[in-house]
Design a protein around this ligand. Structure first.
Ligand code: B1M
Length: 210
């Protein structure tokens, strides 16, 4: 098995140029694209998630790692088979209706995508119906709801209610997060999980998918 630790280290430092150069070199050496992805890159993003949770990495650094990850994945994509790409499920994410905050949601989206999920990001101010429609169209397995305002937290409940009414609730896991949200609230509205930050959101998604 190839030693991909240099790729992992460059990814954690957010050195996009170095990550891409090393990935290219491994491809030229004949290392399997899936091995580079899973052992060099995804493992690195797992460490980034843990460091973010423990306060050893801050948002700008996490964004740099996520950017490195995205560029490396773009290099590998043409070499990965359909099966290798779909290592995890499909997640529909958005900031709930009435709420325009998207910085944290974008971070969650990037971390989740970096850990191997296919992500449909619906953006901000997303209505319950738009979530339902996207879950149907994308055959999503996880729905991720973000809210930053106490006034838009009830919209999370309304989104879950809409999924129940559409008959899709049992087909998806629902995770919620954002500054005013906590585990108690998640339990109260019937979500499957709560994550306080982007690193734990990607970890939670993996746990729920497993
Ligand atoms: Co607004 N805003 N804002 N704002 N804003 C807050 C949230 C506020 C706390 C500021 C304050 O008063 N101290 C306050 C909310 C109070 C409350 O309800 N409790 C507030 C308010 C009141 C408002 C307006 C109503 C102001 C007004 O117009 N009177 C207005 C509302 C507009 C609307 O949404 N309808 C408004 C507008 C705005 C801007 C547009 C100017 C701008 C948003 C720009 C944008 O997002 N593109 C903005 C900003 C920037 C903020 C603050 C300053 C920063 C938010 C942020 O991006 N943080 C914020 C105060 C603060 O938080 N210090 C504030 C960085 C980001 C990385 O963290 O979003 O918490 P965060 O995401 C974290 C976690 O929460 C978690 O992971 C992320 C990364 O670790 N997380 C999830 C987030 N979503 C998750 C989903 C998950 C799991 C984890 O699973 C699905």
């Amino acid at each position: 098995m190839a030693d991909l630790s240099l790729i992992t280290a460059a990814l954690i430092s957010g050195d996009t140029e170095q990550v891409c150069t090393l990935v290219q070199k491994e491809i030229e050496k004949g290392t399997q694209a899936s091995e580079i992805l899973n052992i060099g890159l995804i493992a690195g993003m797992d460490i980034v998630g843990e460091k973010m949770q423990s306060g050893d990495m801050f948002i700008p650094e996490v964004l740099m790692s996520a950017r490195s990850m995205n560029e490396a994945v773009a290099i590998l994509k043409p070499l990965l088979t359909e099966d290798e790409m779909s290592t995890a499920g499909h997640i529909v994410i958005g900031t709930v209706k009435g709420d325009l905050h998207d910085i944290g949601k974008n971070l969650v989206s990037m971390m989740i995508e970096s850990s191997g999920f296919e992500v449909t990001d619906l953006g901000v101010d997303v209505s319950p119906d738009a979530f339902v429609k996207a879950v149907q169209e994308k055959k999503a397995t996880i729905v991720a709801l973000s809210a930053l305002l106490t006034t838009t937290m009830p919209m999370m409940q309304q989104t879950i209610d809409a999924l129940v009414e559409s008959g899709l609730r049992d087909k998806v896991k629902i995770i919620v997060g954002g500054a005013p949200v906590n585990q108690d609230f998640a339990d109260k509205i019937g979500a499957d999980g709560y994550a306080p930050d982007a690193g734990s959101a990607s970890k939670l998604a993996k746990q729920l998918w497993a």
